[in-house]
Design a protein around this ligand. Structure first.
Ligand SMILES: Nc1ncnc2c1ncn2[C@@H]1O[C@H](COP(=O)(O)OP(=O)(O)OP(=O)(O)O)[C@@H](O)[C@H]1O
Ligand SMILES: [Mg+2]
Length: 355
């Protein structure tokens, strides 16, 4: 049987430690697998590598020349949420390593203490856990996909009946159709979030003026904002801002943020903004709506997070829009976050690298 290649990223700045770890990794490798190890000695290099390559495992130190502590782990984990990470720390970083586990690292080993057998087990378990997770997500994807056809058939049948029943009964069928539309949206969103979580999304990137894109989106929301009596403003630079993006996917992110802003704002205004920061572009959507409390801000980008907001019609959403947006921005190598003052409004921001 041919050995299976496993691409490993080793993030370590000390050349001796890196060499030792590399040797240990090679020894810990099962005969059925073949580790292809790439090394990065800085976070910046590691982040670039993570976006460009398809790694299956990351082994990393927490102290690097361009970053220290938990933040180092968080940056890498955010850029590669689906790849298992094993922390390889010095003795003094033990507490930090434990905290990293709480934030999603698979395991940790102590430099100089870890032997081949322990590392072998740690790696095996990390890869296996990831595999099980992938199988679960693939299963969800498959089930959700299978729901599409029966739903489409039922909907077509009900539509056919709609004009054939007495008017007094039509509203029941219309309610049915509405529910089916909602289910359809849920299916589409679930499919998308699953693909993003599995790291299987394929971006079709091209050079694009994000300014022009945002202007079109702003114009398309004008009627909806006016209908609600909201002012829709924009703060875009005069010049073009060329980014390498998947146009449809970034449109989806803007649309979700602006539609959320409209949905959760009863009076005042919404502003779309773009700031060209040289190496990255920062895009934002702010509103004067109900806002989000601090404890909810953390959970906001998770799946199925819907918080009942007073006086809004937020119940109709699937609660997947922000999870999808986060997946899309992460896949582009950017970041997305939110700031808010409950009762006063919220601001959603995302960055995209500019090359
Ligand atoms: N601008 C905002 N102001 C206040 N709360 C918000 C805002 N944007 C999002 N939220 C809160 O975050 C939750 C999750 O948003 P998300 O876009 O993921 O889902 P949704 O809008 O409810 O559903 P969908 O996007 O599928 O229509 C919302 O239900 C709402 O409680
Ligand atoms: Mg939404």
């Amino acid at each position: 049987m041919e050995a299976q290649d496993v691409r490993v990223l080793l993030i370590e700045d000390d050349p001796d430690d890196a060499l030792l770890m590399e040797k240990l990794l090679v020894k810990s490798c099962k005969p059925s697998t073949n580790f292809l190890i790439e090394r990065a000695d800085r976070i910046e290099k590691a982040l670039r590598s993570v976006i460009e390559n398809n790694f299956q495992l990351i082994v990393m130190d927490l102290t690097l020349p361009d970053g220290k502590g938990l933040e180092t782990f968080e940056k890498i984990h955010e850029a590669a949420p689906t790849i298992p990470i094993i922390i390889c720390s010095g003795l003094t970083d033990r507490t930090l390593a434990l905290e990293a586990i709480g934030k999603g690292a698979q395991d940790y080993v102590i430099k100089g203490e870890v032997d081949q057998r322990t590392l072998e087990k740690v790696i095996l378990y990390a890869l296996e856990r990831r595999h099980v997770q992938e199988m679960k997500e693939e299963f969800v994807g498959m089930v959700v996909h299978e729901l599409r056809s029966p739903l489409a058939i039922s909907r077509a049948s009900i539509e056919l009946l709609l004009n054939k029943v007495p008017e007094s009964q039509q509203r029941f069928l219309s309610m049915s159709i509405e529910s089916m539309e909602r289910l359809n949206r849920l299916i589409d969103n679930l499919m998308e979030v699953t693909t993003l979580e599995l790291g299987k999304v394929k971006l079709t990137k091209g050079g694009m003026d994000i300014n022009a894109l945002a202007r079109d989106i702003c114009a398309s929301f004008e009627p909806l904002a006016r209908q609600k009596g909201l002012e829709l403003k924009n703060n875009f630079p005069a010049e073009k801002v060329i980014t390498s993006i998947d146009k449809d996917k970034i449109t989806e992110v803007w649309m979700n943020l602006v539609s959320n802003a409209v949905k959760f704002t009863e009076k005042g205004s919404i502003e779309m903004s773009i700031i060209d920061k040289g190496n990255e572009v920062e895009c934002g959507v702010s509103d004067t709506g109900c806002g989000i409390s601090e404890d909810k801000l953390e959970k906001l980008f998770g799946k199925f997070q819907k918080f009942r907001s007073e006086g809004t019609a937020g119940e109709k959403g699937t609660g997947l829009g922000l999870a999808i947006s986060k997946g899309i921005i992460t896949a582009h190598g950017g970041k997305i976050w939110a700031e808010s003052r409950p009762g006063q409004g919220s601001r959603f921001l995302f960055t995209l690298p500019v090359r």
